[in-house]
Ligand binder design. Structure first.
Ligand SMILES: Nc1ncnc2c1ncn2[C@@H]1O[C@H](COP(=O)(O)OP(=O)(O)O)[C@@H](O)[C@H]1O
Ligand SMILES: [Mg+2]
Length: 232
């Protein structure tokens, strides 16, 4: 399938520093992290627990703020933007998949998948079209029959596939996945990864995948290791 943005830099981080401060204690986590990810590429970020993988992913997705450094999506530095503009980019261009699925328990699976689009359009006007898109995504991840169920009625692997469908609801250019198979057994994790790679590659989407699992990392085009606050 053609990829309209297949050439050139897509996501770039330059000199990212991040230190957490808890009371009088300073926890330096990132000490000058730079990376470039091209459009359509899949990149794994590995590293020991506590190395700062989630911190980095949050910064790449505009969810936090670095002490120093820039994160550019195409040419825009996310952290030069207003909070509202950054929220808009998160909502429209970035899909997040986390280790914990964060599905809302009081909504059914279809409604959970629709949610990112509902908060954008708000209105009931587009609801029919959005329902069809959500249903189609659920079908793609093998959950068509589960649409009316509550998340609690699904297995972990099914919940993660629903969360993946939700992440793709707005057809984001960039998918950021943080240990998406971390709570799953390896067979179930493989199913989730097959969907994740299938759906992102077929549309030429860019993927940054955080994992401490070497086999998972090996499925990406490129892998980087976070150690002592730096990427190698
Ligand atoms: N909000 C926070 N406040 C204070 N310390 C934090 C916070 N988030 C993460 N940390 C600390 O920063 C380090 C890196 O965390 P994290 O980015 O979650 O690592 P990883 O995802 O690689 O396991 C850890 O030592 C963690 O305890
Ligand atoms: Mg983490």
């Amino acid at each position: 399938m053609s990829n309209p943005a297949a050439s050139g830099l897509f996501l770039g981080a330059q000199g990212l520093h991040k230190t957490y401060r808890v009371g009088a204690t300073e926890i330096p986590v990132l000490r000058g992290v730079s990376l470039d990810v091209r459009a359509g590429e899949s990149v794994a970020v590995t590293g020991a627990s506590g190395a700062g993988k989630s911190t980095l992913l949050h910064l790449l997705g505009g969810l936090d703020r670095p002490d120093r450094g820039t994160v550019r999506l195409e040419m825009k530095n996310l952290y030069d933007l207003s909070e509202n503009a950054r929220a808009e980019i998160r909502a429209t261009r970035i899909g997040f998949v986390f280790q914990s699925y964060y599905l809302l328990p009081e909504l059914d699976v279809l409604e959970n998948v629709m949610l990112p689009a509902m908060s954008r359009f708000g209105a009931a006007r587009a609801a029919g079209r959005l329902r069809r898109r959500a249903a189609e995504l659920l079908d793609r991840v093998g959950l068509a029959a589960r649409a009316p169920h509550r998340p609690a009625e699904l297995s972990g692997g099914e919940q993660q596939r629903a969360a993946l469908a939700r992440a793709l609801m707005n057809d984001p250019d960039l998918i950021l996945a943080d240990e998406p198979t971390g709570n799953l057994d390896s067979e179930t994790g493989d199913q989730v990864l097959a969907h994740l790679f299938g759906l992102t590659r077929e549309r030429g989407r860019t993927l940054v995948l955080v994992t401490h699992n070497d086999a998972v990392a090996g499925r990406c085009d490129r892998r980087l290791r976070l150690k002592d606050g730096c990427l190698a």
